[in-house]
Write a protein that binds this ligand. Structure first.
Ligand code: PB1
Length: 339
């Protein structure tokens, strides 16, 4: 049989020898060459824990999301676990607020109660807890205030560390400091180790921006700052190089995982951070990035499923190993349907 050779005179590497559409001809071929496909096991579901029994308070600005008492939270977490997601990230919602965030590290705090309930009800679920003071302070900032009303960095570290230890005491697998105080990773690592929690990991919100996309979360958690804003500690959106500096600092202080937040509007930062560290890189698809897709879909402008999956795929394509998203359970199911 004569071995076909390139058409006489035809150039190789360009049309018509190369036809890119050959690899788009069928779903089978497209699936074979698909590059970045989110996996259910890399998705983390944020959850809001409140006091009480039988409490379910849907959050208007976050379709499908509710504040849940421990009994109902474990049911929803079990469903998420059975859908194959990688873990849950717990946020406390409470009326117990004071100037020094006492309820943040209370042994019977809302997050501590939820962690203990999950440890019993869904023992193999990875439980991550958000470590911050904004939900527990009467001023709504992520740290303690000094006499001038500014967020006092170093005095906040001790309270953040105590909060992380109280989560670990309750059984958290991972603590995730979202406060953006300088030095908090080292302080938390030292406190966890001193308390015998060498095995509890730290997922640091290393590059967390003062974003306009947190509004729905603040409605859910009742955590908006009472005065001013968070630009004195969260990062300025125009800065990408600064994110690499923040990540390198947290790695040096002992972070086990780092994070970029928000995600869909910071894909370049995710890519830069990916290149800067081999540690597991999480990206947080925040409340506003999630809610705006649902809002557009409710007006008939977008297909929510396709838009959500395209967004999560972009975050993974940019280099994220872990995606924190309110769509985690939906996405896990959609991924399984499309396998
Ligand atoms: O989904 C979201 O918008 C997350 C919001 C995020 C939670 N870690 C913070 C946003 C804020 O600044 O209010 C909460 C700060 N600890």
């Amino acid at each position: 049989m004569e071995v076909p050779t390139a058409q006489a005179g035809a150039q190789t590497g360009v049309f018509p020898a190369v036809r890119h559409r050959r690899l788009r001809r069928s779903e089978g071929i497209r699936r074979l060459v698909r590059e970045a496909v989110p996996r259910p096991s890399q998705l983390v579901l944020p959850m809001f824990a409140v006091e009480g029994v039988g409490v379910r308070q849907p959050v208007d600005a976050l379709p499908g999301v509710a504040r849940l008492s421990p009994d109902l939270l474990v049911e929803e977490a079990r469903t998420a676990y059975e859908a194959g997601i990688g873990g849950v990230l717990l946020f406390g919602v409470t009326d117990q607020k004071d100037a020094v965030a006492s309820s943040a590290h209370a042994e019977d705090g809302v997050v501590q109660q939820a962690v203990r309930a999950l440890r019993v009800a869904v023992p193999d679920l990875v439980v991550i807890t958000d470590v911050c003071l904004c939900a527990y302070t009467d001023h709504g900032h992520c740290g303690l205030l000094d006499d001038d009303g500014d967020v006092a960095n170093d005095p906040s570290l001790e309270v953040l560390a105590r909060t992380a230890v109280s989560h670990a005491d309750a059984g958290a697998d991972v603590v995730a400091p979202s406060d953006m105080m300088d030095g908090r990773v080292a302080a938390i690592r030292q406190a966890l180790d001193d308390a015998g929690h060498e095995g509890v990991a730290i997922m640091s919100y290393s590059a967390k921006y003062a974003s306009a996309f947190y509004g729905p979360f603040r409605e859910a958690a009742g955590s908006a700052p009472g005065h001013g804003d968070r630009r004195g500690y969260q990062m300025d959106p125009p800065n990408a190089r600064e994110a690499v500096r923040e990540v390198r600092e947290d790695v040096a202080e002992g972070a086990d995982m780092v994070m970029v937040k928000p995600a869909a509007t910071y894909l370049d930062v995710i890519r830069d951070v990916r290149a800067a560290t081999d540690l597991p890189l999480a990206a947080y698809h925040v409340s506003g990035e999630y809610a705006m897709i649902h809002a557009a879909a409710e007006r008939g402008w977008l297909d929510a499923r396709r838009a959500m999956m395209e967004t999560l795929t972009a975050i993974v394509r940019a280099g994220a190993d872990i995606v924190i998203t309110y769509a985690a359970v939906d996405a896990a199911r959609w991924i399984e349907e499309e396998r």
